[in-house]
Design a protein. Structure first.
Length: 282
């Protein structure tokens, strides 16, 4: 897959967008929301307006929390309009690895950056399952995102609940592969999402998440990237309190459709203890 990506590509989007984000964003708590394909355009606009109305609540949090939302591609212009001046960032749920060319139906990272996106999701389990995404395509998309100055939200997690050892192994294979597309000191977010906990009744057990998240954090340190780890999979109010100290935030799906839940989550994340800094590399 990498053969379609120029080795030393510096896209027009990087020059336009001013490249990657501020270093101080490296370990701030972060909450993200993907709308998947749940809403049409009108419903997305209504939801985005509700999110914009959280601006005051965000400003009053005891500790700053980064918030980003990922609507469908056609709603990016709405996000740009409705979230302007709120401090809420936005992005996309997928991206193509090529900068341009004969790729019918695809959207480049540079185009997302031009649309004001700051984050882009790569490798979600639903894209792996339904659209044949592989570790190689996820790595290529991660690289494209980083080169365009976007923060890739790398989704990774085991498919079945077969114990912690398998969860760690399967997740790290995916994370290492994706990080192969990102250079040292890139800013990334890893969303640990056990597939069996996505769209479920309950999030994965706290001990399970803590163990895998710790392994992911070590992997990020070893790769020398500026990384944050969030948990996703039926996450909502009450989830972060059980995970605080092991993850930097949450990646929400259905339970953020009601923005009262989202506000509750932001308050929980801000109030909880931020994880200790990464240990120094040997
Ligand atoms: O993108 C979000 C995750 O897949 C979690 O979705 P969910 O909270 O609806 O299970």
């Amino acid at each position: 897959m990498n053969d379609v990506i120029p080795e030393n590509a510096t896209s027009a989007a990087v020059r336009l967008s001013g490249a990657s984000g501020p270093p101080e964003a490296g370990r701030r708590p972060v909450v993200g929301v993907s709308l998947k394909l749940y809403f049409g355009l009108a419903a997305t606009r209504t939801w985005l307006a509700d999110v914009a109305a959280l601006k005051g609540a965000l400003a009053e949090l005891p500790r700053p929390v980064d918030l980003f939302v990922l609507p469908s591609f056609p709603a990016l212009a709405d996000a740009r309009e409705l979230l302007a001046g709120t401090g809420v960032a936005y992005g996309a749920q997928d991206v193509h690895w090529a900068e341009s060319g004969a790729w019918t139906g695809e959207v480049s990272a540079g185009m997302l950056a031009e649309a004001g996106a700051r984050y882009v999701e790569v490798g979600h389990a639903e894209r792996r399952r339904h659209f044949g995404e592989t570790d190689a395509t996820v790595a290529a998309k991660t690289g494209a995102a980083v080169r365009a100055g976007l923060v890739p939200v790398i989704c990774a997690g085991e498919r079945h609940d077969n114990g912690l050892a398998q969860a760690v192994e399967e997740t790290l294979i995916q994370v290492r592969a994706a990080l192969g597309g990102a250079g040292p000191d890139s800013e990334v977010i890893v969303a640990y999402e056990p597939v069996w906990a996505i769209g479920a009744r309950e999030p994965a057990p706290a001990r399970h998440v803590r163990t895998v998240a710790s392994a992911v954090r070590t992997c990020l340190r070893d790769h020398g990237v500026r990384g944050r780890v969030v948990y996703g999979g039926t996450a909502g109010p009450g989830t972060f309190g059980r995970l605080a100290g092991s993850v930097d935030g949450l990646f929400l799906g259905r339970l953020a459709h009601d923005t009262a839940n989202l506000r509750h989550v932001l308050e929980e994340v801000a109030a909880a203890t931020v994880p200790a800094p990464l240990p120094l590399r040997p």
